[in-house]
Write a protein of this length. Structure first.
Length: 317
């Protein structure tokens, strides 16, 4: 979308300048700012549209493409009942729970062979082992539950048998409303666990909701993962405004007076796009590696080109 807008703007503005239409408009007393308002309005509307696309559709399309390429959606359980992810494990550091899931269906929110473990206030461990689980009315419902409670280290005899069970029971159905993990958070866990630093350094792969869900569950991150996620976060926020930036850069490049061939605008757009995306990839790589602050890595191309466009427009007024 930004490339198409830049190409269209440079082509149109170059054509106007070639026929001295912009000169005539300004000679009639219309300022350059007023001439640019329609272009800026279009850039702003497209920025909102691009934000919606990047947040709602692009991440899911990217995930579906990866699954088709790697065939991860096919398994022994995929005979007509959707796709399954196998051998998932994630830690909810915020609430102190560890989930180990044999298989998970992100479409029906069904789990098979889940095991959830967390620490008790006295230092002991509480474990739930179920045959399957499903999300119903915002609550995780476990079936075929085997509940185990292990004593704390302060209990007598823990040194000789650390795995002694202080309490165990079996239940057919157990609803656990205190489990705050949502399907969206599990999805973000899957996406981020499968995201390599090389992919993250090339382009923004995650939606804002996925990044924020992961950060809420993992307040204590390694520096490398923190740099990767915050770079992705700022990259997702900065990307939609590219359409507004290309308007600012296209105006001074396309509105030059003089009789020029319209294909000068096309050549200019190719050069600008090439430079922009080189800076964008370089910034994401540096931010993902922790060499520069994430906000600078994601926003610098926009700041640089916007400032360049405004500066050139003011100079040529």
């Amino acid at each position: 979308m930004p490339i198409a807008l830049l190409l269209a703007l440079l082509y149109a503005l170059t054509n106007h300048a070639r026929h001295n239409e912009l000169t005539a408009i300004r000679a009639a007393g219309v300022s350059l700012v007023r001439i640019c308002l329609p272009y800026l309005a279009v850039g702003f509307v497209l920025s909102l549209a691009l934000f919606a696309l990047n947040e709602l559709w692009v991440p899911r399309a990217s995930q579906a493409a990866d699954e088709l390429l790697t065939h991860t959606q096919f398994s022994e359980w995929s005979s007509g009942d959707g796709r399954w992810y196998h051998n998932l494990s994630f830690r909810n550091s915020r609430d102190g729970r560890i989930w180990s899931i044999g298989a998970y269906n992100p479409e029906t929110f069904e789990m098979r062979n889940p095991q959830i473990e967390w620490k008790l206030p006295d230092g002991g461990r509480h474990t739930l082992i179920a045959s399957n689980a499903i999300r119903s009315d915002g609550i995780w419902v476990l079936r075929g539950v085997h509940e185990l409670i292990y004593p704390s280290r302060s209990s007598p005899g823990w040194q000789t048998n650390a795995d002694v069970v202080a309490f165990q029971t079996q239940t057919n159905i157990l609803a656990v409303p205190e489990f705050s993990e949502t399907p969206e958070q599990i999805r973000s866990e899957i996406r981020i666990s499968r995201l390599s630093s090389i992919k993250a350094a090339k382009e923004v792969q995650l939606s804002l909701s996925e990044i924020l869900d992961y950060l809420s569950l993992h307040p204590d991150l390694t520096p490398q993962l923190r740099a990767l996620l915050h770079t992705q976060l700022h990259g997702r926020l900065a990307a939609p405004w590219t359409t507004l930036v290309v308007v600012l850069i296209a105006i001074p490049f396309g509105a030059l007076s003089g009789r020029r061939n319209v294909f000068v605008g096309v050549a200019s757009s190719i050069f600008i796009c090439f430079t922009y995306f080189i800076m964008l990839r370089l910034g994401l790589a540096l931010g993902t590696g922790g060499y520069v602050p994430p906000w600078l890595a994601a926003w610098f191309p926009n700041f640089f080109f916007a400032a360049t466009g405004v500066g050139l427009a003011c100079w040529r007024r």
